[in-house]
Write a protein that binds this ligand. Structure first.
Ligand SMILES: Cc1ncc(COP(=O)(O)O)c(C=O)c1O
Length: 460
């Protein structure tokens, strides 16, 4: 029974306002605005409690690769629920779904990987990766080599350590973050940070030189690893400039700094290859993934580690007596069974082939929006993209205050039956991978309507 003092109406919206603390929400605004209640989903569509239809243009936070009504995933969960609904994997215990999924991921890894550790979210996967990196350097007798490099505008999660890696001000401000030993390097966004007339390749060279100078200033013997999303998602869908990873990886290698590829968004075909790592020529020592691992149907994430990282863990755990890390729900059998079925469906339905067929249509429609009076830049690869709203196309001057224009256009998208996500004044699109060409067309028609409706609001 509630002991709260708030007057509680009977509607779901008023009960939400009375009890529910929402993530990533202006809590004061929510007290009056209340929630949008999503009731059901079908294919790439979701429906609110008034029956209004929306294309889920962000696949429910970059997750739902197979759409909202995949019966095989439902069945896989039900089957496993009936057989072994839950069990842990601590202290030598194991189960078939965990074993099968670990094997399936190692078989699909973009570079040789040795072992898989399971967690429940992208944040937990990246948090685990940080701990493994510290463990690794202790095993190697390098207690000073512990700093972790990230980048401005990166998104790696919200735990204390991973929010520190995240390079966005609102994830640090008044949470007393970042913690010590986390460093942020340059954001590789050509449109915003290249010099006048600088090519993508020249910009990438300058970023690699700047990274090396940064490492030398900090002391290479103090830097353990760098985290990088292949495409920076929540920072605004920032596609790295041509040759970027080809130029920064030799710098990392030179100073014996591990590379962690955060594939939480880019993994599983999103960028037009199985892994974002392959699209951008990355050679990670550790790879984290989540979201589309289970098409978002159940919470599960994975950390794949190289043989060298694994061997260091063996040394440490033998010395200490245990590998003292793990979540109650690591490799939860139902989540693992659903993830395994997801990977099977990807193969059987040739989702990669489908993405490669539809992506050019998606990218063509996105690029065409560059001519819109509110749009400064469009960017993307595969089935992920964004547009950036600007007050002045020639000078790239943003709207004031930052985020206002993004929120307005995002609201208009919603009115027009499209769920997108505003990140500052960039609007992201990352639809379910099963989206058809016709649905891509409908999605962009709705987006165009919203943008046109925003012109008098923002320019008038
Ligand atoms: C690249 C990336 N890493 C990590 C995370 C954190 O994942 P989670 O929200 O599951 O903790 C996200 C979430 O959007 C992400 O986009």
């Amino acid at each position: 029974m509630s002991t709260g003092t708030t007057a509680i109406g009977n509607s779901a919206a008023s009960r939400d306002k009375a009890h529910f603390l929402h993530p990533y929400t202006n809590l004061k605004v929510h007290e009056t605005a209340g929630p949008m209640i999503v009731e059901r989903g079908k294919g790439v569509y979701v429906y609110d409690d008034s029956g209004k239809e929306y294309i889920e243009g962000l696949a429910s936070l970059w997750c739902v690769s197979l759409g909202f009504d995949n019966e095989r995933l439902v069945e896989a969960a039900a089957r496993q629920m009936r057989k072994l609904p839950t069990y842990h994997v601590f202290g030598h215990k194991s189960h078939d779904p965990g074993i099968d999924l670990a094997e399936a991921l190692i078989a699909r890894a973009p570079v040789p990987m040795s072992k898989v550790f399971f967690a429940n979210s992208g944040s937990e996967a990246n948090d685990t990766a940080i701990k493994l990196i510290w463990y690794y350097n202790n095993a190697l007798g390098r207690p000073e080599k512990k700093k972790i490099l990230s980048r401005n505008k990166a998104y790696h999660g919200v735990t204390v350590a991973t929010a520190s890696l995240t390079g966005l001000p609102n994830n640090h401000r008044d949470f007393d973050l970042p913690i010590a030993r986390i460093l942020h390097a340059d954001c590789p966004h050509h449109y915003r940070f290249a010099e006048e007339g600088e090519s993508e390749e020249a910009f990438a060279t300058r970023l690699a030189e700047s990274l090396e100078a940064f490492i030398l200033a900090e002391g290479p013997d103090t830097i353990a690893a760098m985290f990088a999303e292949p495409i920076m998602g929540a920072g605004g869908v920032i596609v790295p400039p041509a040759t970027y990873f080809q130029k920064i990886q030799p710098v990392l290698k030179k100073y014996d700094i591990l590379l962690v590829a955060d594939e939480v968004i880019c993994g599983f075909m999103r960028t037009g290859n199985y892994w974002g790592t392959q699209t951008f020529g990355m050679q990670p020592d550790i790879l984290t993934c989540a979201k589309a691992l289970s098409s978002g149907y159940l919470p599960i994430s994975a950390v794949m580690v190289s043989e060298a990282v694994y061997q260091a863990c063996v040394v440490e755990s033998e010395k200490i007596g245990t590998f003292g890390h793990g979540y109650t729900y690591s490799a939860h059998p139902v989540a693992a069974a659903v993830a395994l079925e997801t990977l099977k469906i990807y193969d059987e339905r040739d989702i990669l082939g489908h993405v490669r067929a539809v992506a050019p249509v998606f990218q063509r429609r996105l690029k065409a929006l560059s001519d819109h009076p509110l749009v400064g830049e469009t960017r993307g690869t595969g089935l992920i993209g964004a547009l950036e709203l600007v007050a002045d196309k020639a000078t790239k001057q943003p709207f004031e205050p930052v985020g206002m224009a993004g929120a307005r256009v995002n609201g208009l998208c919603q009115e027009n039956g499209l769920i997108s996500r505003a990140m500052g004044d960039s609007l992201a699109l990352c639809p379910p991978l099963i989206i058809t060409e016709a649905e891509v067309g409908t999605m962009f028609d709705r987006l165009e309507k919203a943008l046109d409706a925003a012109v008098p609001v923002l320019k008038g």
